[in-house]
Design a protein around this ligand. Structure first.
Ligand code: Z5A
Ligand code: MG
Length: 217
């Protein structure tokens, strides 16, 4: 039986190096001759993504629940693309995913379970890598940008919720939930972090025999 592609998600706080590491990871796959595709959420170019982009840049305002549902809808827009790629044997690397959706909205005070609900039954990653960095170290990488969530106190609350998500996935054994969750010290040099990332990804890189799981069945 031919293997499906592996689904790898990279999460983390602002400036933890997600975009840097997902790009390096894609290059690793390409160097190894393994077909892979890099996706990023929010996917800002779709119709829903454009509304999210405008909100993040504070060009428009939206109710907290409305923007949460748009972030989730943005993932659903691409869910069938993810499934087709994986089914065709292509690995999917994702720069942020549903865990960001929960962490950011719950940090604003929305109920955790409510935040999870719209993402139920999205494709579940086989591996979620959480790039762990202190807000202070993240800030030292050039300070926070201009977008609306890039504030130290918000980032601190988001970090706490990410850790709760990771704990729940680990407690549940990962099976049938969010795949396996691994925390990585993202405070080191780029190539050091990249080597650690690859050490976790490499065993899955050439594909997976089992079926694709769903988030939070
Ligand atoms: N959001 C949400 O609320 N709900 C959702 O469902 C989703 C997202 C999916 C935009 O996300 C916002 O959307 C985000 C969460 C919310 N709000 N915040 N914060 P985004 O992904 O588009 O934007 P971002 O989180 O602000 O990502 P970023 O700034 O692009 O950070 P990054 O990708 O993690 O870092 P980077 O670009 O790879 O690196 C940042 C800088 O550090 C850069 O200059 C690098 O060269 C440097 N860097 C990277 N790694 C290192 C190391 N190891 N050492 C030194 N310097 C480094
Ligand atoms: Mg980024």
């Amino acid at each position: 039986m031919s293997k499906r592609g592996s689904f790898i998600v990279v999460e983390g706080l602002d400036r933890s190096g997600k975009s840097t590491q997902t790009a390096l990871l894609l290059a690793r796959f390409e160097a190894a001759g393994i077909p892979a595709k890099l996706l990023k959420f929010p996917a800002r170019t779709t119709p829903i993504g454009q509304m999210i982009d405008s909100y993040l840049k504070s060009h428009s305002d939206l109710d907290d629940r409305a923007i949460h549902l748009l972030f989730s809808a943005n993932r659903w827009e691409l869910a069938s693309t993810i499934e087709h790629l994986l089914g065709a044997g292509t690995a999917v690397i994702c720069d942020r995913y549903a865990f960001s959706g929960i962490a950011f909205s719950a940090s604003k005070g929305l109920p955790y379970e409510w935040c999870r609900a719209p993402d139920v039954s999205l494709p579940a990653p086989d591996l979620a890598l959480f790039l762990d960095i202190t807000p202070e170290a993240a800030k030292a990488r050039g300070g926070y940008g201009e977008e609306r969530y890039e504030k130290e106190e918000m980032q601190r609350r988001v970090g706490e919720i990410f850790r709760r998500i990771g704990q729940e996935i680990s407690d549940g054994g990962g099976e049938g939930e969010g795949g396996k969750w691994v925390g990585i010290d993202a405070g080191g040099e780029k190539d050091v972090v990249a080597r650690e990332v690859w050490a976790f990804v490499e065993p899955l890189a050439r594909g997976i025999e089992g079926p694709l799981r769903r988030l939070w069945p």
